[in-house]
Design a protein around this ligand. Structure first.
Ligand SMILES: [Mg+2]
Length: 189
């Protein structure tokens, strides 16, 4: 049986959607360097936050995302050796009742751009701790529990984490998908 790996979607397979929507809504040109912390909503003036959420829910987030370089080819190569699962959360806390539409958008995006992945291996989940597998690739530290290999995918909000700090916690940083390939296909533990 192949070892299982979990791959996160947002800011790992694709990104830029949130920023694209914020810039369209505000008529701004913010870049990731302008974001402090994890939540891009912080770029939004307080009095516009509720309206922005309405705007966000009326759009397909994935129309605003770009697919990261090499993710498709590397995932196909990984599939030869591993059972690949997509582990992605979809509930917006302030819009729990309407969040089901995001699940549909995620499903359609995966079908369109990652048709080589098994749809039975899509895991739409809030708390990723329920998944226990050989390797997890995620941009959030808290999603790297219950796995032997913890691969932190570099993103705007985790760039500041020092390598010493990550090493102490047994976390390997990956800068892009070619790095993922090196870590999982050429350096096995
Ligand atoms: Mg993510």
């Amino acid at each position: 049986m192949k070892k299982a790996i979990m791959v996160d979607m947002d800011d790992v397979m694709c990104g830029g959607g949130f920023l694209g929507l914020i810039n369209e809504f505000l008529g701004t040109n913010y870049t990731e360097e302008d974001v402090e912390g994890y939540y891009m909503q912080n770029l939004m003036p307080k009095d516009k936050q509720a309206l922005f959420l309405d705007y966000l829910m009326s759009k397909n987030f994935y129309d605003y995302c770009h697919i990261y370089p090499y993710v498709q080819t590397v995932l196909q190569e990984l599939q030869e050796e591993y059972e690949v699962f997509v582990g992605t959360s979809y509930v917006i806390p302030e819009r729990e009742k309407e969040s089901g539409i995001i699940l549909l958008h995620k499903y359609n995006f995966l079908q369109e751009h990652f048709s080589f992945l098994n749809p039975h291996n899509y895991v739409f989940v809030g708390n990723k701790e329920i998944l226990n597998c050989y390797a997890k690739i995620d941009d959030r530290l808290e999603n790297l529990k219950r796995t032997r290999r913890k691969l932190l995918y570099t993103a705007y909000h985790n760039k500041h984490l020092a390598n010493d700090y990550l090493q102490e916690q047994g976390i390997e940083r990956v800068d892009g998908w070619l790095d993922v390939k090196t870590k999982l296909l050429q350096k096995k533990i």
